[in-house]
Structure formats: structure tokens, C-alpha cells
Design a protein around this ligand. Sequence first.
Ligand code: SF4
Length: 332
Amino acid sequence: MNVLEVSDLKKHYPIHAGLLRREVGRVRAVDGVSFHIAQGETLALVGESGCGKTTVSRCILRALAPTSGSIRFDPGQGETVDLATLPKRALRPLRRHLQMIFQDPYSSLNPRMMVGDIIAEPLRVNGVPAAERHARVLELLDLVQMPAVARTRFPHAFSGGQRQRIGIARALALNPRLVVADEPVSALDVSVQAQIINLLLDLQDRLKLSMLFVAHDLSVVRHVSDRVAVMYVGRIVEVAPTDALYRTPRHPYTETLLAAVPAPDPMRRGRQMKASGDVADPAKPPPGCAFHPRCPYAQDRCRVERPELTEVAPGRWASCHRAQEIELAGVA
Ligand code: SF4
């Protein structure tokens, strides 16, 4: 059963110019993205800055209104709703089922509120009585491995990792159906990142969380995700079960991202091609395959014909004309 089904999602921003401010073009921040998240599954959405992954997550949370497409969400009441077209008023009661873990644990917690009040805030807004709130806050602090005494302190008393634990406790307060984690460890030190990833793994196991985990590289998502979707210039270019994607990528851009993943034993790593140049501009994407100016495997066809996302093996999808013929290097 799917908690979320995103179909052909687009978010375009018109570009206006001239005296009459005529529309002269469009920034195609998200341009036809489709994926699903099953109950209890974590999907990682990965790509460099500007690829559209954050725009996708903001459309799901309806912080942005999509240009077109559908976002079918199952809030657990027997019927799915299309978040893409729902009026704001109808969205309000659904928000409790859809929570977010923010990237920056320093700016996402109100410095003037005690930790207990921060965690209890979504409970209060949703009418949970004070006595129940108190018990639930203690339960949530325990869940994220923080001492009960933390509830009477202010956020500044805690490290970045501890603050992220508080943010996670707040996101889980209402037992959401789906958690959107927006680069939840990228603002933390590497040693602390591992602790938060371990916490998320523990929570996945205990709570059977369904999660969209947004990340800008592949170094942190391997252990936390069941499947990975790789985005490039507003489109998904590869989707696969996590282990398969790391071992045998089927899109050259995925190989490029894998080349940046620190390897425990670099000598055992395959020969990975690195892409040169910058990410394409979504206002002026290159013709054909948007990755062709950076792709070491590009051929003439790639420069004129855009590849569609097609199933290249059971459960594996890639948008590359040469997905079946080139052998790409993964990581063990
Ligand atoms: S379609 Fe061509 S340019 Fe695009 S990723 Fe595949 S080989 Fe590279």
C-alpha cells in the first residue's frame, strides 16, 4: 500500500521581461516527476543543489502550489486525497499526518520556547489535553534518546545533534503517516551525522515510518533508505533499490554522485568517471539529454533526443539511451 503517489509533478516559474513584463520563458524547477512511497518505506531523493528536490518536497507539503500533476496521499482514513489541488482550508486537518524534519536544527527551533513546549506545540494545536501532552513529551524525549530534564531547558543549551533530536521528536509527536526529512544531517558534523542516521534507523524499525529523505549527495542515504531516486535538472534520472543503485548504477549521473562517496577501501573501488562542468540551468536546459554536456559517455543521439525514464531491470528505472550497453562503476 502506498502512502504517497506523485505523478507527473511540475513546478514551473515564468520568466518575465520587457516593458510589458511578457512571459519570455520558464524555469522548469520540477518537470514531470513521478514516484511513490510505500507504507513503512524510506525513499531518498538525491541530487545536487538546484536539481529540484527541495521544490518537490515543498510541493508535497504544499508550501508551494504545483503547476500541474498529482500528489495522492493516504492519510490512513480509507481514501486518498490529491494534495496538489486541495484548497488550503481542506489541507489543514491533513497537516498532522504529514510532518517535516528540517535541515537546520539551529534555526528551526524557537529559541524562546522550552524544549517541552516545542515538542508539545503540534499536540496543543491539535487539541491534545495538557496532561496527555506532558506524558507524550516524556515519551518522545525517551524515543529520541534525550533525558526527561531536557524539557525544561531552552534550545541554546543543546548541541546541533541534540537539537536535531528535538526536531525529530516534534515531527513524530502526532504519529504522522509521512515524514519529509529535508537534508536532516547536512548541517551537522560527520560524527554527529552517524548518530542521527542511527536514530532514524531505530525509529524506522520501531515506528515503521514512511519517509521521504532529501539529500544533496549519496554519502548519507545508503543505510537509511530502501530505494533511491536521483534527480537532475528537474527530472528523475534513476530510481532503484538502494543496494542495487550503489553497486551497479545505471545512469552516468548516478556514477558521478557515487564517485564523491567516501569509500572504506578506495583500492577496491571501480573506475568511476567524473562529470565535468556545472549543473545545467533549469531555465535553459540543454537539448536532448540534459546531462549530455557533462556526460563522458555522450553520443550524437544524446544531444538531440531526450531519453525517457524506462524500466531497465525489474524495479530499476533509468533515463539514459545507453543504460543497457555501458557498464558503470558503483561502490562495494
Ligand atoms: S543519454 Fe547520453 S548523455 Fe545522457 S546520460 Fe545517457 S549516455 Fe550520457
